[in-house]
Design a protein around this ligand. Structure first.
Ligand SMILES: Cc1cc2nc3c(=O)[nH]c(=O)nc-3n(C[C@H](O)[C@H](O)[C@H](O)COP(=O)(O)OP(=O)(O)OC[C@H]3O[C@@H](n4cnc5c(N)ncnc54)[C@H](O)[C@@H]3O)c2cc1C
Length: 496
């Protein structure tokens, strides 16, 4: 019999909600601790920049039990995603489990000899408390702690009236009207903000980037929704994956020229469509070597604005401020009123004690996580949503369903610690030697190997149904309704 546990889910974003539902459904007592005043994580409205919308089409950014409303556009806006998440939490009895405005600031193994952890909780108001739980699901995402940079001369820049902000603080476009804006970075947030600043009446917009990167337009060739090309199993098979058999390696070798031609054709198409030569933004690296979670979708209008000069794109980085001028690494001088640092987020689990953090993260920053969910040397805990991708909601839901079974010893293929460690080593080796692109974000990215990752999770869970018919399976993007069926086909149980 599986014993009921007390479970703490840390974070109430997409992943925390999925984890809370999965553990609750199996009969566990769940508490969700969320440091913000509202749920949604990156979609919580006060954290979003204007015009924010999903990169994933809506059918690929949903839980298996709940489609996004028909009235939503193909790429829903931030407030729509937030409303969808709030509905999902309410409908699944999760909203009432969330303790808002409370941060987890530390954790230690329980002193009472029972399995589990004692968490230090810091409410926004009032003193810190400690609470013990049998199991902890860490769902804190990859976008919780801002990366910040300070360049020489910043004090002088701000003293002269300049403003320096992180991209997540760009929430009010009216502040850029008539101002000179410089954005540092070239991620999706960086280009979204640059384009928004132009539309919001900034007098001058400059974007400063280190390297041009391949970006995928919402419609490839202006016609085909990118989900029909980049999200399908047939495309995924072009990337040699981990744990290949000798036969799979031979097949890849035979197909290599065709695969190569496929990528060159895609590059030519994108170069033409996005005016990459004219804008000087054609990347130097082959597109296939960099397909992972860091591939951004094109912000509509970006390349046109660079081509006609409304956005000035300069390669380099900030070197220092000189009065109200930002001096770049190549010596260019850019007058500025607002500097937006779109330089991302710190990856990490800051509340984990150092001795456990060392077991979780390798010296080169790579995470040691079996299936990107659990580490045998970190008992009574697991991670949901660390398997990030282009369809993170499905990733989080599958991880949550895997994790509760792992915690309860109910996986059809419950791994031993030795099996987990061997697999972790194999994956680290593959990322380091065969596919360095898979090492981005600490190796916590399953793109472009969604299907392979999902196959492994479903196999571990013991799902009896796992695929559509071969044609649909190879040519359609992951189908959330089908994954609902696959999850239901796994053995069910309740804790008591
Ligand atoms: C602008 C933007 C657009 C995106 N679009 C897409 C997309 O189209 N498709 C896609 O697949 N992915 C997209 N992503 C990635 C996105 O991060 C994931 O899709 C998903 O929202 C992550 O959810 P999460 O719950 O794992 O993390 P988060 O949303 O980051 O939630 C983590 C939660 O944990 C809380 N928390 C953190 N630390 C603590 C602590 N110590 N104590 C208590 N609470 C804590 C945070 O406050 C937060 O609410 C996008 C990201 C951004 C920023």
């Amino acid at each position: 019999m599986v014993q009921k546990k007390t479970v703490c889910v840390i974070g109430a974003g997409v992943s925390g909600l999925a984890a809370a539902k999965a553990f609750r459904e199996r009969g566990h007592n769940v508490t969700v601790v969320e440091r913000s005043h509202d749920l949604g994580g990156v979609w919580e409205p006060s954290r979003s920049y204007p015009d924010v919308q999903t990169q994933s089409p809506k059918e690929l950014y949903r839980y298996t039990s709940k489609p996004m409303p028909d009235a939503y556009p193909e790429w829903p806006k931030g407030p729509q995603v937030h409303a969808y998440l709030a509905d999902y939490a309410r409908e699944n009895g999760v909203t009432g489990l969330v303790r808002f405005d409370t941060s987890v600031t530390g954790m230690a193994r329980r002193a009472d000899g029972k399995p589990g952890w004692t968490l230090t909780l810091a409410p926004k108001e009032g003193p810190e408390t400690t609470e013990s739980y049998d199991f902890v699901a860490v769902c804190t995402g990859q976008f919780s702690d801002k990366n910040m940079l300070s360049h020489p001369g910043q004090d002088g820049f701000t003293a002269a009236g300049g403003q320096v902000m992180h991209s997540s603080d760009y929430t009010d476009p009216s502040m850029v009207k008539g101002k000179r804006v410089v954005v540092l970075g070239f991620s999706k947030s960086a280009t979204d903000i640059a384009v928004n600043a132009v539309k919001s009446g900034a007098s001058q917009v400059t974007i400063v980037y280190r390297e041009a990167v391949w970006r995928i337009p919402y419609f490839i060739g202006g016609l085909i929704n990118f989900k029909r090309i980049l999200y399908i199993r047939a495309q995924e098979k072009m990337f040699p994956g981990w744990g290949q058999t000798a036969m799979a390696r031979i097949n890849h070798a035979i197909a290599k020229p065709f695969v190569w031609a496929n990528w060159r054709a895609l590059e030519s198409l994108l170069s033409m469509q996005l005016k990459l030569k004219k804008t000087g933004l054609k990347p130097k690296t082959p597109i296939e070597t960099g397909i992972n979670c860091s591939v951004p979708i094109v912000t509509p209008g970006l390349y046109d604005m660079v081509a006609d000069g409304r956005i000035k794109a300069i390669q380099g980085t900030f070197d220092h401020y000189d009065g109200t001028t930002v001096v770049l690494s190549g010596g260019e001088r850019v007058g500025a009123d607002i500097a937006v640092l779109a330089i991302g987020w710190k990856l990490g689990v800051p509340f984990l004690p150092e001795e456990y953090r060392r077991k979780l993260v390798e010296p080169d920053g790579q995470y040691r996580l079996y299936r990107i969910i659990a580490n045998p040397d970190l008992p009574d805990m697991g991670f949901v949503g660390f398997n990030s991708s282009f369809c993170t909601v499905l990733c989080a839901e599958l991880a949550a369903n895997w994790l509760v079974r792992y915690a309860d010893g109910q996986l059809a293929k419950q791994p031993t610690p030795a099996e987990m460690n061997d697999n972790i080593e194999m994956m680290l080796n593959w990322k380091r030697k065969e596919r360095p692109a898979a090492g981005v974000y600490g190796g916590l990215c399953v793109a472009p190997y969604h299907f392979k990752h999902f196959d492994e999770i479903l196999d571990d869970i013991g799902a009896k149904e796992r695929k559509l018919n071969p044609l649909a399976e190879n040519l359609s993007p992951p189908n959330a309704d089908a994954y609902a069926r696959y999850l239901k086909s796994a053995p069910q149980y309740m804790a008591a």
